[in-house]
Each structure stands twice: as structure tokens, then as C-alpha cells.
Design a protein. Structure first.
Length: 289
């Protein structure tokens, strides 16, 4: 689930059934009139979509080519067929994660074996599909995002024995690594301005969303002490910001055992809009987005 950069649409992955087999396709919902538009149709399992920064393109993982997985590109505005960008013939996963301003770089995760995942970048400015390894270690580097200006890589790694957040300049992401969190950290995203990023810390009774501010150059980076933005009193599966409209979208499993609507299934996916998200943030750390 992802909000478009202009805050007007939500992109989701929806399960459908064709001849008894489940397929995952991409759908686009207009937040003004809630009209759905189907983007992909029964050509394979299409998952983990990512918006381009201008909202014109969608990058996603698909197994639509027999015998392989890959990363594909699809127009968000037309019925143009998707084009394949990254091919992967291994039995492991590959999926896109983030795009820099100007759609210059696409970062993605590739499985090396059953227990190891590394971070790569694809140059979108050329037709040669040139890949670059950003983080290739014996450990897992899964959740990550490149800053909008392409200068920083914030990522989560289990090098310490548990997943924590780190940051490194894109110029030397393997050698100049700075720790950010010390008590856990997973999914993360950058602000539109690129001067701060947010990440999730799993908890027993609630998950927390933390944020840090980032400034400086490659040689002289300043990272603020992590601060808690809010606790979420349920285990949420997905979250995404809407910077334009000051909202946070969260998908979570709702237990409906005590619900007034007994016809609703016991567990279902619910989308909630948390309004005034960035207003609350700016009370804690005033900054212009």
C-alpha cells in the first residue's frame, strides 16, 4: 500500500482468483472518489510496488515470466504494458524498494541464498540496466531507502544480532557506516525534503515510529538522537506517509470478535488514515518539509 507522491491515489496489491489459482495484481484507488482502477491483470503475481518520484511510473516485482522473477516498470497513467528492468533466475526473491529524485536510481533487494539478502541499485538513466551492489555482506540488509537527493543510504541490518538502523553515504556505502539505533529498527522511509527519516521499532504491546534528523556532507554528517513520534497500539503490517496531506496510512489486522458487525470475518485488512501526522511531528522537531 503506497500513497502517490501528490497524495491523490493509493496503490495496493489485491488478491484475485483465476481458475482456482490466487494471483496478486496492482490496483490504484482515487482517494477523492474512491474509484478503483486495475493496473495489472492475471499475468503473474505482481507485488511490492514503488512509485517514481513524479508519480508517473510504478516499479514492482513480478513472476510473470516463466522460470524467473524480475522487477518491472508500468505507467500509472496509461494502459501501456509493463517493461522488465531486472531479471533474476535464482530461486530467491528480488523486489524494488526506493527511487531517487529525477528517477535516476532504483534501489532493490536481492536474495543471495535462503538466509541472506543484499541491497542493489539500478541506474535508470541508461538503457544498459547497469546494477551496483550497495550493501553486500554475510548479514541481512533488507529494509532500506535512498534519500531523495541520492546522497545517503539508510538501511536495517542484523550485523549486531538483531535488526538495527544504520546510515552511510552513497559514495562509500560499505566503508563509512554510522549506527543510528541501538534498540531495534526495521521498515523506514525518508521525508520528502531528505533532512530526516523514520523507522519502525517492533514492541511487545505496541510498535513505535521513531525519527532522526540528518545533515552535513559525506565527510561531516550529523545524525540526531532518535526520538519517538508515536506508538501504534496494534501490530500493523504496512505503513506509508502522505507528506502532501499530513497523513499516515496504516494497514493492520483487526480482531472483529467483539465487533457489532458479526458478518465481518474475524480478521481483515483495515486501512486507517492518521491525520495531522506531520503536525504532531513538527511539534516535536519543527522543520519545513
Amino acid at each position: 500500500m503506497l500513497i502517490s507522491p501528490d497524495g491523490t491515489h493509493v496503490l495496493i496489491v489485491k488478491n484475485t482468483v483465476l481458475r482456482g489459482e490466487k494471483q496478486e495484481d496492482l490496483w490504484l484507488y482515487d482517494l477523492k472518489n474512491l474509484v478503483p482502477m486495475r493496473l495489472t491483470r492475471f499475468e503473474g503475481n505482481d507485488q511490492t510496488p514503488v512509485w517514481s518520484r513524479d508519480g508517473e511510473w510504478i516499479y514492482f516485482r513480478s513472476d510473470r515470466t516463466p522460470g524467473q522473477k524480475g522487477i518491472w516498470k508500468k505507467s500509472a497513467r496509461s494502459a501501456e504494458r509493463p517493461a522488465e528492468l531486472v531479471k533474476d533466475f535464482t530461486p530467491y526473491n528480488v523486489y524494488p524498494v526506493s527511487v531517487t529524485n529525477g528517477d535516476e536510481l532504483l534501489s532493490f533487494v536481492r536474495g543471495i541464498n535462503t538466509t541472506q539478502y543484499d541491497i542493489y541499485a539500478l541506474d535508470l538513466t541508461t538503457s544498459s540496466a547497469e546494477e551496483r551492489v550497495l550493501k553486500g555482506t554475510p548479514y541481512n540488509e533488507l529494509w532500506h531507502e535512498i534519500s531523495p537527493d541520492g546522497k545517503w543510504l539508510a538501511y536495517s541490518s542484523d550485523i549486531s544480532g538483531e535488526f538495527n538502523i544504520y546510515i552511510a553515504p552513497m559514495s562509500v556505502p560499505d566503508t563509512d557506516v554510522r549506527p543510528v539505533s541501538g534498540s531495534g529498527g526495521r521498515e523506514l522511509f525518508w521525508s520528502a525534503s531528505g533532512d530526516r527519516f523514520f523507522y519502525r521499532v517492533p514492541g511487545l504491546a505496541a510498535d513505535s515510529i521513531m525519527f532522526v534528523e540528518v545533515s552535513g556532507s559525506d565527510a561531516d554528517i550529523t545524525i540526531s538522537t532518535p526520538e519517538k513520534l508515536l506508538d501504534v497500539p496494534f501490530t500493523f503490517s504496512k505503513w506509508t506517509p502522505d507528506v502532501q496531506n499530513d497523513r499516515l496510512l496504516v494497514v493492520y489486522n483487526q480482531d472483529t470478535e467483539d465487533s457489532e458487525d458479526k458478518a465481518v470475518e474475524q480478521e481483515q485488512n483495515v486501512v486507517r488514515l492518521v491525520s495531522n501526522f506531520f503536525t504532531e511531528l513538527n511539534k516535536k522537531a519543527p522543520t519545513h518539509y
